[in-house]
Design a binder for this molecule. Structure first.
Ligand SMILES: [Zn+2]
Length: 491
């Protein structure tokens, strides 16, 4: 009786969820056959392994008027996709791919204001060479392009969670699925990973449960077990983790029945669920999948990866930086009378720098001695560490260096994207002031004359001062900076 209750519960979870969508990616024969460079190793040779750093760029589809009009599958308005959402996506990819020395550098996002693309149907997805969405004019040829749409449809008009083009660098997502296991899943398709159940049920191409043809059949990865579609089945916990419940007694083409196939891999069955019932169960890639993705990247079969790869140095640079002119009493380096404009004061300030770093890494930030940008900083001093998953914004640090623990123990100096900028000097007019005058230095007897805006900017201010006295001229600018100048008037 207890068991039946459990079954009913699981069935109801499956049956009444209207939100289960499938991934729409299935490899063509060329995708399947480009395996000549796959070593089918399941253990990586990590020594001196090259790091791959992909630039990643996002596109948000909006209506013709520039409004974000995404809806959930239930028809409610979706929260807007913001840069914060996108940075969360980049962080998720880094967390899932860094183990394979694959990194993603956030390179920004743009909007595509085209109502006709809010729903990307199968014809727009097209083929490798004939894809409206894959050849869109807004696309960045030097980055992986991730498109966020309202709906993605299969050839039969069914809603999809997403699609990733095999051996290519673009993917599309139903807006609700961006921050789910769909994200690492579709990017894995870009690196030519197939579903673990690939070709299951095919009489000639199916992968045997006994593993003897794992290198050339199924997902062509040997440390992921042969698998099968969920179909009308469901996932259950057998005490050791989640597995497919093969109540249909599905078999491989040797006639062996699938049993206790795990459901923990990002590429396990192509069902995704926004209520996270399935999403939370799949959390990993296998080592062999990592090898296969790296071998795909290294061989760059369709010449798409190379132009989207960048250098490790880029990861150490802020994704956003700005130099602000300081104001008021901030960051003043010097003040002096403007020799060209009577009454004006030249105020030189250090600029304020704002640098933002993408989340998803553990950072240590350092200050260091030299004033000039140097890649290897001298005498770095740890300023602060950042391990929480937040965008890091640093203000007002002239010289900074950073260590990213996921990359190496190197401490690398960085500069603003706009380059190093020295003092920012501005001439400001004085708006008030005063003159303190005395006969001899040390006199207790002195006079104070307050100056209004006309008097303080009078070109004859000094000429009109009394002779034979020491004068201290105070000028206050409109931003509140007060300067003083001492003179002796002897004629
Ligand atoms: Zn898929």
């Amino acid at each position: 009786m207890k068991k039946i209750t459990l079954l009913l519960f699981l069935f109801s979870n499956f049956t009444f969820s209207q939100k289960i969508l499938t991934c729409g990616s299935s490899p063509n024969s060329k995708d399947l056959m480009t395996r000549s460079y796959y070593s089918n190793n399941t253990i990586r040779k990590t020594q001196n392994e090259e790091k791959y750093i992909f630039r990643i760029f996002f596109h948000i589809i909006r209506d013709n008027n520039g409004n974000q009009v995404f809806t959930t599958l239930n028809g409610n308005a979706s929260p807007n996709i913001t840069e914060e959402t996108i940075l969360d996506a980049v962080a998720m990819l880094n967390r899932t791919y860094n183990q394979f020395n694959i990194f993603f550098k956030y390179s920004g996002f743009s909007y595509i204001d085209d109502s006709s693309l809010l729903q990307i149907d199968n014809s727009e997805w097209g083929t490798e060479t004939n894809s409206i969405i894959g050849n869109h004019q807004n696309f960045r040829s030097d980055a992986m392009n991730l498109i966020i749409a309202n709906n993605v449809l299969s050839s039969s008009g069914n809603q999809l969670s997403g699609r990733g083009r095999f051996r290519n660098t673009y993917s599309i997502f139903n807006n609700e699925y961006l921050l789910t296991a769909t994200l690492p899943h579709e990017i894995a398709h870009n690196f030519n990973l197939f579903h673990t159940r690939q070709n299951s049920g095919s009489s000639t191409f199916c992968e045997y449960i006994n593993g003897t043809n794992c290198a050339t059949r199924g997902d062509q990865v040997c440390d992921t077990p042969a698998s099968h579609p969920l179909g009308g089945g469901y996932v259950t916990n057998n005490g050791n983790g989640y597995i497919y419940n093969n109540f249909n007694n599905r078999m491989d083409c040797n006639g062996d029945v699938f049993a206790n196939v795990g459901f923990t891999n990002f590429m396990d069955t192509n069902l995704f669920n926004v209520n996270n019932y399935y999403n939370n169960l799949r959390t990993e890639f296998s080592s062999g999948q990592g090898v296969r993705m790296r071998e795909t990247i290294a061989n760059d079969p369709l010449n798409h990866y190379e132009q989207t790869l960048t250098t490790i140095d880029e990861l150490y640079k802020p994704y956003y930086s700005k130099i602000l002119g300081a104001e008021g009493n901030e960051n003043i380096y010097s003040t002096e009378d403007d020799p060209n404009i009577p009454g004006n004061v030249i105020i030189c300030r250090y600029p304020i720098f704002i640098n933002k770093f993408q989340k998803g890494f553990d950072y240590d930030f350092y200050t260091f001695d030299s004033w000039n940008y140097v890649k290897t900083p001298t005498n770095p001093v740890l300023d602060f560490s950042q391990t929480v998953d937040e965008v890091i914004s640093i203000e007002n640090k002239y010289q900074h260096a950073v260590k990213i623990n996921q990359i190496s123990s190197d401490i690398v100096g960085y500069t603003n994207l706009g380059g190093y900028k020295g003092l920012i000097c501005k001439s400001e007019s004085a708006t008030s002031g005063k003159v303190v005058s005395l006969k001899n230095i040390g006199d207790l007897n002195y006079t104070i004359k307050n100056l209004n805006d006309k008097e303080v900017t009078n070109p004859d201010l000094i000429k009109n001062l009394e002779s034979g006295k020491f004068h201290t001229i105070y000028k206050t600018t409109k931003s509140g900076i007060t300067t003083q100048k001492k003179i002796y008037k002897n004629e």
